[in-house]
Design a protein. Structure first.
Lengths: 524, 293
């Protein structure tokens, strides 16, 4: 009983702390938007030209699956801060002194993450009820049928996400921004494997596809089409025909199979405890090193054995050098650049140089453009600090009382970000220049302006680096990597968006950053 | 050089008033701002440092309203906040160079001053170590150095000795006293001995209002004839605590020697010369009891 009571209070405190933050409301709003998207036909699940009649089975399953896909990505980033928060608030130090076992802590954090994700799933389930009533394509609402996919599809997947978030937090390599980027690619790969091969079906995709396809086959024996999820589709891609589907038959073997993911999540949570260092400050990246023995008493103070220090009153401030004022942008740009790049390991620079060289010198277009694209993903963790660094390092009170901050420091941060973009993507830029591809050069310059502007706007408004890391990685994946029309801001492909558009977006983002910072200053 | 705080009030969300019609005028010297936790000291410091806007009232620096021209004050301001962070990958020199650039200082002269400041705060030997490896006291000393970077005319230090060891604390008090000659130093603290050692004026703040603004001697005068040493059996202490303001107790062979604040002499007690701590406690208790300043 004591075990359960401690567990309950750990989860409760975490849940209340999280749900009382604005970020939780934002995610709930996003979940509500997803429900609306399904209602408005912006998010559609269809089998070629077919979709199911909007009965409880179809609405529940579609909403459960869509929310599972979306929350498996967005939800991860929302909950990947449970241990970090205990560390930042120093509550972790208190917890570390209790008899609590490490495995209990990681398990509790997993359950806490799950509770938050489950709350979001619950909102979407409520949205599904509303959706079915609003669509009214079927005579009556069957709550059990509608809720079952949420229970058996979405919740086990949320357990996995909750456990993975804890694992990422306990592994030093994955704890920071690198983990945010790596998770995106891992998620995309898992989704691809699940959809493509049908194995590792943790999102329940194949379960639904199998059941829906069988129902459609019964209704239209000639049908051989595929299962599609469309976001923001154009009207011509809407399903033109409907078929009746009564849902997955939730047999015991299927349920047991789904619950295996919960068991696996528990395993991941326990595995995390092996890497969890129980808030030991000595295991933090910046542990205090002992002072050098040469560090003697301060000037003007007596050493041990002398009269009490309180009686000494010697001149210490006298010899301070005078200082002149010379406000200018260049020193701040250099300082901001140093701040961005200091602390990166040598191999980071080596890979940046390698990407530069490949995108400039290698003859094969495919390799060259691939390297060029990666060259602008490589500094994502450098850019993601822009605008958020002051909040992240609690230096606001030191910096925000400086004069002309908006007109000097903020532009300097942006310029430093542009310099990073120009340097890391320089290989591609030079290549475009040498080949006299002026449109490409213009697009490249627009890209170099756009990326730091996006980072700065997100950093200033959110005060954290995570939103930019996630959004930019997704944008990069869809745009420069897969050349999705409208999203390729590098100008590497013929489908690249007009540089004028990205320059216009840059101006908007810079205005947003300016006003965002302005609102944080008492006297702009 | 004049700083005028005129009827400054600050209201936070939920109608919580941290400051109410706070008025104070000061010139060169060390103004010790003394008050209990939650008295509104940090709010006042943030308003003076242009970090927070006052809800009502004005702050005037050398005849200029700070609300209208904040940069007039910012150009000559040095601020050491109660809590602040550093950039862990930079070393002390790089961090101070960065802040010098943000403050608009000339790079060459700033570099010389940074060298001097690091010696002054006893960090010269640790100057090349990343700030992330510094102890709390060392970070505090970096904070002190950054506050002095631009040779400020108005130096605001909020709980500056928190985290410093006794040796560094003494050193910092001495430094403040020396710096105060041609500038205004506002030292906010709840550590009375810091004020005792460095302040040339004292402002007592409680519940967001100014209780008293006086010279240290005047503050001491308030408690004159009201501090007593009273030797009592240890078993009686709890009962006496209910009736008297006790500012200290030492156990000796003949019983417990209490330091009592009282308007009249308790039976058998001996008069004592008041300390700043006695005076502070006396004024605060009088204020809470609704007594006149």
């Amino acid at each position: 009983m004591k075990f359960l009571r401690v567990l309950y209070h750990l989860i409760r405190a975490d849940f209340l702390e999280r749900t009382r933050r604005y970020s939780f409301l934002l995610v709930l709003a996003f979940a509500a938007y997803v429900a609306y998207g399904v209602f408005a036909g912006e998010i559609v699940v269809r089998l070629d030209e077919y979709r199911g009649v909007y009965n409880s089975a179809w609405v529940g399953s579609v909403m459960a699956w869509v929310s599972t896909v979306i929350l498996s990505l967005a939800g991860f980033y929302v909950v990947k801060n449970a241990i970090l928060r205990d560390q930042v608030t120093r509550v972790g130090l208190v917890l570390a002194t209790t008899p609590m076992r490490k495995s209990f802590y990681t398990l509790a954090k997993t359950l806490s993450n799950f509770t938050v994700l489950a709350a979001m799933v619950a909102v979407l389930a409520a949205g599904a009820v509303g959706l079915e009533l609003a669509r009214a394509e079927h005579s009556h609402l069957e709550i059990a049928t509608l809720v079952a996919p949420f229970a058996w599809l979405a919740l086990p997947a949320m357990f996995m996400i909750a456990a993975l978030a804890v694992l990422f937090e306990t592994l030093p390599v994955l704890r920071g921004g690198a983990g945010n980027v790596i998770y995106f690619f891992a998620w995309a790969a898992c989704l691809g494997i699940s959809v493509g091969t049908g194995s590792a079906d943790w999102l329940g995709f194949n379960l639904l596809r199998g059941s829906m396809s069988a129902a459609l086959k019964a209704a239209d024996p000639t049908h051989e089409g595929e299962f599609l999820l469309n976001l923001n589709i154009n009207p011509s891609l809407h399903a033109s025909q409907t078929f009746l589907w009564n849902g997955v038959d939730w047999t015991i073997p299927i349920i047991v199979h789904r619950l295996l993911w919960v068991v696996m999540a528990a395993g991941i949570a326990l595995l995390s405890s092996l890497f969890f260092h129980r808030f030991d400050p000595a295991r933090e990246p910046w542990r205090l090193k002992p002072l050098a023995p040469s560090l003697g008493p301060a000037e003007g103070l007596e050493s041990v054995g002398s009269p009490p220090v309180a009686q000494t009153w010697v001149s210490t401030a006298g010899p301070l050098s005078p200082v002149k004022r010379k406000p200018g942008l260049r020193p701040i740009v250099f300082s901001e650049l140093l701040l961005m790049l200091k602390g990166q390991p040598l191999w980071w620079y080596a890979i940046a140089v390698l990407l530069f060289a490949i995108s400039l010198l290698v003859p094969g277009l495919g390799v060259r453009s691939g390297a060029a694209a990666i060259a602008w993903l490589w500094p994502v963790l450098v850019w993601s600090q822009m605008g958020a660094r002051e909040a992240r390092n609690a230096t606001e009170s030191l910096i925000f009382c400086s004069e002309s901050l908006l007109n000097r420091q903020l532009p300097a941060v942006w310029m430093a970000g542009v310099v990073v973009a120009l340097l890391t993507g320089g290989g591609m830029g030079l290549n475009l220049l040498f080949s006299r591809d002026w449109r490409g050069v213009a697009a490249w310059i627009a890209g170099a302006f756009f990326i730091p502007s996006l980072a700065l706007a997100f950093g200033v408004w959110t005060g954290t680096s995570k939103p930019f890391e996630v959004l930019y990685t997704a944008l990069w994946y869809l745009g420069p990597m897969h050349h999705t029309a409208g999203l390729d801001f590098t100008g590497a492909a013929p489908t690249a968006t007009s540089p004028i558009m990205y320059l216009a977006v840059t101006v908007v983002l810079l205005a947003l950053a300016y006003f965002g910072r302005r609102t944080k200053l008492a006297y702009p | 050089m004049r700083l005028v705080i005129d009827k400054v009030s600050k209201c936070y969300e939920g109608n919580a008033w941290a400051l109410k019609d706070f008025c104070l005028e000061t010139g060169p010297g060390v103004l010790g701002l003394l008050g209990p936790n939650g008295a509104g000291k940090t709010t006042l410091m943030n308003i003076l440092a242009t970090i927070t806007r006052a809800t009502t009232g004005t702050v005037v620096w050398n005849g200029t309203d700070v609300k209208r021209k904040p940069d007039a004050l910012r150009a000559v301001l040095g601020y050491l906040p109660q809590e602040f962070g550093v950039y862990p990958h930079l070393n002390a020199v790089e961090f101070l160079e960065y802040l010098a650039a943000v403050k608009g200082l000339d790079a060459t002269s700033a570099r010389r001053r940074i060298d001097d400041l690091l010696k002054l705060v006893n960090l010269a030997d640790a100057r090349k170590r990343p700030l992330g490896s510094y102890s709390g006291g060392m970070k505090q000393r970096v904070g002190i150095a950054q506050a002095l970077l631009n040779d400020p005319q108005l130096l605001i230090v909020d709980e500056p000795t928190a985290g410093l060891d006794p040796e560094e604390r003494v050193r910092f008090r001495n430094l403040l006293a020396e710096l105060s000659g041609e500038r205004i130093v506002i030292l906010s603290t709840h550590i009375v001995s810091d004020i005792e050692a460095a302040a040339t004026e004292v402002a007592l703040i409680s519940q967001g209002t100014l209780v008293m603004h006086a010279l240290p001697e005047e503050l001491l005068c308030k408690a004159e004839g009201r501090v007593w040493e009273w030797v009592v059996p240890t078993s009686e202490i709890n009962a006496l605590k209910q009736r008297y303001q006790i500012s200290g107790a030492v156990r000796r062979a003949d019983g417990t020697h209490l330091r009592v604040l009282a308007e009249s002499c308790p039976n058998g007690a001996q008069p004592l010369a008041p300390t700043m701590e006695d005076a502070y406690l006396y004024c605060l208790c009088s204020h809470r009891a609704g007594g006149a300043r």
